[in-house]
Design a protein around this ligand. Structure first.
Ligand code: NAP
Length: 499
């Protein structure tokens, strides 16, 4: 039997976090790494989410790598194809091609304590080993479908926003959209003019603010190209504007009620109909769920071929949806804008650590990690966009880059410790970190705002997704790898076998 190829680092996932990690690794001079990706190309969420109207609600000059500025963003909020192409260009610019392996679905990742390395197995039988494993699989990659009676009996077309079927012609169809979150409010205005009838099923209304979007002129692009410093300043300005919001989200949630007035004004300006106004006005504090931005969602709801339905869905029949009031509405297609399984980002049976412990079993109260990155019992494993690194107010790229710096520090430490070393975060440090984090989380608008969101674990109610503080506080925390929080073990070379 031939030994599996061995690499110093394996990165799983080629979205923003995996690609960012790969670029920074190359910049440190490392060449012995591969990036394994399930899809046929890079981009992660910005590749698979390609529904009509898909765009980022964080300004592009900030929603991009600090080490790879793009002076030619065409809009303040870039559409999905442009973001995907930015990630592709980054791969080209930093010479990542030799490291990338697509169409590779990982079946298992198992810690081999004897050899102090990870064994990575793909579902097609290929296998690798590595000293360090970086999970860059994203927090929002597994679609969530509602458990509605009779759904399996539906005879028409169904798909999730993340798996948009572009071959299905919506023109002239009766379409139901279930869910009114960040994705739905982007695609509803796009499909409303095409369909014969659009039924939007809303369980909880989102708070929506005006979207300060506009085209970025050729002149501005030229200035950004000529004066990179100008773009940096602009980026910094956007960052500070967004970061200022953390004060209200995490420190003084009561103040958020005032921000709700801005959103109410937006509703009144865009929806003259008082019945519709009442239906779309939330009864929880703004910020508790992700604050959305849109200029075209409310106007789409007001169109004659669109109905906003707030009664619960009782059942789905082969050609219709029946609501709790007994009303039956015929539909040809159902589109699920029902989000993702954020509190269960990694499937059971995928990652096995010390003594074969499954990562999911290590999280009986929902995901938790030390500094959002390392988990006790899973040595030399690093999770990017891990537990409590998500944001409700700023760019995820800032958090990703902070984590990458931390992981690079850990990898440098491992190298200094010797080729056969492993590090495992101490249980006491992980516990203390998460206790302090949850104390902070309890004071935030996400816990106090009177809503149920995917930020909170559905069973324990703990915030397992969002960072409950300023992003610069996380950057400070991850600036340097802190070996004292880790147990370092050195394996005898003879136990390892050939490299
Ligand atoms: P989401 O925000 O979680 O929204 C899901 C929607 O489906 C909610 O309205 C939810 O209602 C509804 N829903 C879920 N289960 C349901 C059920 N059983 N019956 C009826 N309704 C149900 O999902 P998303 O819109 O896909 O967005 C997910 C996340 O992706 C966002 O929060 C954001 O972080 C990210 N995203 C970002 C952007 C961007 O521009 N950066 C764009 C899209 C998505 P309830 O509110 O009652 O649960």
């Amino acid at each position: 039997m031939t030994a599996s190829p061995h690499h110093r680092v394996i990165i799983v996932g080629a979205g923003f976090s995996g690609i960012g990690m790969a670029i920074r690794l190359r910049q440190t001079g490392e060449r012995d790494f591969i990036v394994l990706e399930r899809e046929a190309g890079v981009g992660g969420t910005w590749r698979v989410n390609n529904y009509p109207g898909c765009a980022c609600d964080v300004p592009s000059h900030l929603y991009s790598f600090s080490f790879a500025p793009n002076p030619t963003w065409t809009r303040m909020f870039a559409p999905q194809p442009e973001i995907r192409s930015y990630i592709e260009q980054c791969c080209e610019r930093f010479g990542l091609a030799p490291h990338l392996q697509f169409n590779t679905t990982i079946a298992s990742m198992t810690w081999d304590a004897g050899a102090a390395r990870w064994q990575v197995q793909a579902s097609d039988g290929r296998a690798w080993t590595c000293d360090a494993l970086v999970l860059a699989v994203g927090g929002l990659s597994t679609p969530s479908y509602p458990a509605i009676a009779g759904l399996e009996t539906f005879a028409g077309k169904t798909f999730h926003s993340q798996q948009w079927d572009h071959s299905y012609d919506l023109v002239g169809k009766r379409v139901a959209v279930i869910g009114t979150g960040a994705s739905a409010i982007q695609f509803v205005p796009q499909i409303q003019p095409l369909v014969a009838q659009l039924d939007v099923y809303q369980r909880t209304p989102p708070w929506i603010l005006p979207k300060p979007d506009r085209a970025i002129t050729g002149r501005e692009q030229r200035w950004f190209s000529k004066l990179p410093m100008l773009q940096q300043l602009y980026r910094g300005w956007i960052y500070s504007q967004l970061e200022a919001r953390a004060t209200f989200f995490v420190k003084a949630p009561a103040v958020m009620k005032l921000a709700g007035q801005l959103a109410r004004n937006h509703i009144k300006r865009q929806l003259p109909n008082p019945t519709l106004q009442a239906k779309v006005t939330p009864n929880y504090t703004i910020g508790c769920k992700r604050v959305l931005i849109s200029n075209d969602y409310y106007p789409a709801l007001a169109q004659p071929n669109c109905e906003l339905i707030t009664d619960n869905i009782r059942e789905i029949r082969p050609h219709s949806i029946v609501t709790a009031d007994g009303r039956e509405r015929a539909v040809d297609a159902i589109i699920f804008g029902t989000g993702f399984r954020a509190s269960a980002p990694i499937a059971k049976g995928l990652v096995a650590g010390i003594n074969g412990q499954d990562l999911v079993d290590a999280w009986p109260n929902g995901p938790e990690a030390y500094k959002g990155t390392t988990v006790r019992g899973f040595p030399n494993m690093f999770i990017l966009m891990g537990p409590n690194t998500g944001l409700g107010h700023n760019s995820m790229l800032y958090m990703i880059e902070s984590q990458i710096t931390y992981v690079l520090g850990a990898l440098a430490f491992l190298q200094r410790a010797g080729a056969h070393a492993s590090i495992d975060v101490r249980a006491a440090d992980q516990h203390a970190y998460n206790q302090a984090l949850q104390t902070k989380a309890n004071r935030t608008v996400w816990n106090q705002g009177g809503c149920q969101s995917w930020y909170l674990h559905p069973e324990t109610g703990r915030n397992v997704t969002l960072w409950p503080d300023y992003t610069w506080a996380f950057r400070r925390l991850t600036k340097r790898f802190d070996p004292n929080a880790y147990q370092c073990t050195e394996q005898q070379a003879s136990q390892r076998g050939p490299s």
